[in-house]
Design a protein around this ligand. Structure first.
Ligand code: HEM
Length: 290
């Protein structure tokens, strides 16, 4: 009980720090050197996390897909993503998210600290994209580091980590991950701790820093305090974000038939206790996922 209370307090403090301070720090932290593994890096544990990532690729992708939909409820994440023109129609969305799948596959397959590997090259490329977009929007939106909320901030990075792994952390069984040992579960979170580091997450704000209990606790707070209110609002706060989410589903339906906005939300709303929303599936294709 004492341990549980300690975890609760530490998670509460981390969430407060993230919300109060994380938006003012750039998402590519100067405290991170992506060429050098952090002192907490454990190569065997990371390799195991990659093996598990490959083994459970489908279930992890299922959780990730909801995360992506939910990320778009944030007005600023949506504004950042639309700013580059890579999400302006269904064809572009297909290219954008197919490319993301390929990047993530490289991260599961290769060594992120070997400068010649596809994982290292991919992470370097993504960091470069983030830096470019952040710099362009910081100027355009007249933001100043240390004073204002920044585009692609540490706060944004933590939320993007949530998009990739938060629902897997909170609802492993509902993502299809049955019978995971505690160690395997811990490793799955560890993977995103390392990838977060490689992309510039400061340890202070890294979602997956800490014990599995802490990570799950932080995910729980982020979901209930930030995303639940947005998802359950009668009218979407960011209408464009919902439209983009639907566009991504339309695009990625080419890869897997279950990918339909209504099918996904019909499955997840009851699990997430979003009781004020109901979805009626309209077509045989949606009902039978064919
Ligand atoms: C854990 C954190 C993150 C991961 C793993 C991640 C992953 C990626 C990947 C794989 C790409 C390359 C996509 C491509 O092939 O073009 C990318 C690009 C991009 N990311 Fe991130 N990202 C993260 C955080 C963020 C955040 C917080 C934002 C802000 C909303 C963001 C906005 C973008 C943008 C604007 C691009 C350029 C491509 C486009 O215009 O859509 N990312 N990211």
């Amino acid at each position: 009980m004492i341990i549980v209370n300690n975890v609760r307090q530490s998670v509460e403090n981390r969430w407060r720090d993230l919300v109060d301070n994380g938006k003012r720090f750039t998402g590519i932290s100067p405290n991170v050197d992506p060429n050098t593994p952090p002192d907490w890096f454990n190569a065997n544990k990371f390799r195991k996390s990659q093996q598990l990532g490959r083994k459970y690729y489908g279930s992890l992708g299922f959780g990730q897909f909801l995360g992506l939909m939910v990320m778009l409820y944030h007005t600023e994440a949506y504004a950042t993503l639309t700013s580059t023109g890579q999400s302006s129609n269904v064809q572009k969305l297909f290219r954008r998210y197919l490319s993301t799948l390929v990047h993530v596959k490289h991260w599961f397959d290769f060594d992120p600290f070997d400068v010649n590997s596809q994982a290292y090259q991919s992470l370097k490329y993504v960091r470069g994209l983030h830096r470019q977009v952040a710099s362009m929007l910081t100027t355009k939106w007249e933001r100043m580091e240390g004073r204002d909320d920044l585009p692609i901030s540490q706060y944004g990075m933590t939320h993007a980590q949530f998009a990739f792994t938060g629902f897997v952390a909170l609802y492993p069984k509902q993502c299809g991950l049955h019978g995971l040992s505690d160690d395997d579960f811990d490793c799955l979170l560890y993977f995103w701790r390392v990838i977060g580091y490689c992309l510039g997450c400061d340890d202070r704000f890294n979602l997956c820093n800490g014990t599995a209990d802490e990570v799950v606790g932080l995910c729980q707070l982020m979901f209930t305090r930030e995303w639940y209110p947005l998802m359950s609002a009668d009218l979407p706060v960011c209408e464009g974000g919902v439209e983009m989410a639907k566009g991504i589903c339309l695009a990625m339906n080419q890869l897997a038939r279950f990918i339909s906005y209504d099918v996904i939300m019909k499955y997840w709303y009851p699990i997430l206790s979003i009781d004020n929303k109901t979805v009626e599936l309209q077509t045989y294709s949606e009902i039978f996922c064919i």
